[in-house]
Design a protein around this ligand. Structure first.
Ligand code: HEM
Length: 534
């Protein structure tokens, strides 16, 4: 932490005590024994076999054999940077979160930008959603805002996430195609799950091909909750706005750049920071008093919908500056573990069913991706706040816990932490209801906000979106799937549906449908009967 003008990363740097430069040290094994030769393995005579007793050879190759860890199941390709966040004015009226209430305080952050569908070695300039994940190393513990560059999501309930991701990733038998948006399985899913449509409009727009991570918005997507000192809550939507403005590539550029420099966005971020042109983003909030929870056409718990800024303006509340590149990609950018459930006092969840699923999924996947339950001890994940509890042992345990006890409560008095002051306490929301698999009526309207988004585009943006639909859906080989998607598009906008249909050899919808909002297309009822009921 730092106040005023001191560098914000100092405290975090100090904790990254394993950063090292070995250039002036003698070469040793991992047990610290100096090595006499690292080019020639030990052999029995000049032409004999390599000897098992060459422990340096065996250790060196074994370590190499184990260098790879599983890539993230989604968002595998990313680039990250350190920086700091500073709030403009205290938000104490809404939240007790320390880092949002002290305008003098610079809180260290690490941000990881990512593509979603591609593997770790895939290209940067593909048509895809971009991740925008921020870890705030606050004095009260780590807070993660794990967002995307689009304000809504494809599905409403996290139980569909495995299906959705299986549809997005390359097909399992041949791992083709690598391009996220140009294949049958994705469009099949879209046609059968029309709740994806609003997000698909964003995905076919220029937002899906950002020029630079420095010129990209970020959104928390879900409605979260701020909680003040008294325990009162306010709904909140988080927005990041780049001070350089939001800029995209055009499709033709993405193709050429992708061929020449698959690291285009990653390189741009790295070089800008090396040159001292630090990316800056303003944090904005849409604040909704609890009394207004039901004042909107949409349910605040529905992550496929946004709250229009005309209804609830975005208030700028602070600024983030990214001013330091990581020292080691693997140790930091690869091993960082973001999790929506990493919250601090003053920030809480809502019952958005997508968010609730995420609160389970991230920790679960990190337990395997990062080799067991001690990954918070990795330097990039380690909080600057003190950690003390009775969790013990497990793979990769680096902490030496002193004392005789590791249980609570105990009266023997050595080693066991006590319950301290100002702890995290969950918002006391009243919940009531039968156990059902059903959401409120407005979850069924898959079209209104898709139309709203389309109508917000300028002429050329709309032209880009239309050609993106033609290009991507035109890559789908199954005509029935193309037709089904066009039928849905007709419920969004007749002119768009006709233009797309004409571009991809599908019979254009004849007449404009009656406004279809709030229900699924009649022609689709059969396909949707299993999936589109709420
Ligand atoms: C990873 C965003 C929905 C599961 C990520 C990352 C981002 C992100 C930014 C990359 C984090 C990083 O850089 O390390 C979002 C957003 C969502 C969403 C904005 C919806 C609003 C979901 C859902 C699930 C899920 C519904 C599961 C039910 C995962 C998993 C990872 C991931 C397993 C990999 C995490 C890791 O290996 O560390 N997500 N996601 N996400 N997401 Fe999501």
């Amino acid at each position: 932490f730092s106040r005023g003008q001191e560098p914000a990363g100092d405290e975090k740097d100090r904790r990254l005590d394993q950063v090292r430069d070995d250039s002036d040290r003698a070469l040793t094994t991992n047990t610290g024994v100096r090595v006499d030769d690292t080019d020639n393995s030990l052999s029995a005579g000049e032409r004999g076999p390599t000897l098992m007793e060459d422990f340096h050879f065996r250790e060196k190759v074994t370590h190499f054999d184990h260098e790879r860890i599983p890539e993230r199941v989604v968002h595998a390709r990313g680039a990250g940077a350190y920086g700091y966040f500073q709030v403009y004015e205290s938000l104490a009226h809404y939240t007790r979160a320390d880092f949002l209430t002290d305008p003098q305080l610079r809180t260290p952050v690490f941000v990881r930008f990512s593509t979603v569908a591609g593997s770790r070695g895939s290209s940067d300039t593909v048509r895809d959603v971009r991740g925008f994940a921020t870890k705030f190393y606050t004095r009260e513990g780590n807070y993660d805002l794990v967002g995307n560059n689009m304000p809504v999501f494809f599905i409403q309930d996290g139980i569909k996430f495995p299906d959705f991701v299986h549809a997005v990733k390359p097909e399992p038998h041949n791992e083709i195609p690598q391009a996220q948006s140009a294949h049958d399985t994705l469009w099949d899913f879209v046609g059968l799950q029309p709740e994806t449509l609003h997000m698909m409009m964003w995905l076919m727009s220029d937002r899906a091909v950002p020029r630079s991570y420095r010129m990209m918005q970020g959104f928390g997507v879900h409605t979260f909750r701020l909680v003040d000192e008294r325990g009162d809550g306010t709904f909140v939507k988080f927005h990041w706005t780049p001070l350089l403005g939001t800029h995209s590539l055009v499709w033709d550029e993405t193709q050429k750049i992708g061929g020449k420099d698959p690291d285009f966005n990653r390189r741009d971020l790295w070089e800008a920071i090396e040159q001292g042109q630090y990316p800056e983003y303003e944090l904005g909030v849409q604040l909704i008093p609890e009394s207004r929870e039901f004042d909107f056409d949409v349910d605040l718990l529905d992550p496929t919908k946004l709250i229009p800024e005309e209804d609830v303006p975005v208030t700028p509340v602070g600024k983030m500056v990214l001013d330091r590149n990581p020292d080691n990609f693997f140790a930091e950018t690869e091993q960082i573990a973001f999790h929506t459930a990493n919250v601090v006092p003053g920030i809480d969840f809502t019952n958005d069913p997508l968010l609730q699923a995420r609160n389970f999924s991230y920790l679960d996947t990190q337990l395997i991706r990062l080799g067991g339950p001690n990954f918070q001890q990795l330097p990039v994940n380690r909080p600057v706040a003190e950690v003390s509890n009775n969790q013990r042992d497990g793979f990769n345990q680096h902490t030496l816990h002193r004392g005789r006890t590791s249980y609570f409560p105990n009266s023997l008095g050595s080693g066991c932490p006590y319950l301290g002051e100002a702890p995290y306490s969950h918002y006391q929301e009243r919940v009531d209801g039968a156990t059902i698999r059903k959401r409120s009526e407005s979850f069924a309207d898959h079209y209104s906000q898709a139309t709203l988004f389309l109508n917000s585009l300028s002429g050329w943006e709309r032209a880009h979106l239309t050609s993106a639909f033609q290009f991507e859906l035109g890559k789908c080989a199954t005509m029935a799937v193309r037709e089904r998607v066009v039928e849905h598009l007709d419920a969004v906008d007749h002119t768009l549906a006709r233009a797309v249909a004409q571009g991809i050899g599908v019979a254009p919808p004849a007449t404009e449908q009656a406004p279809n909002h709030g229900r699924s297309s009649p022609a689709l009822s059969q396909a949707n009967s299993r999936t589109d009921t709420v």
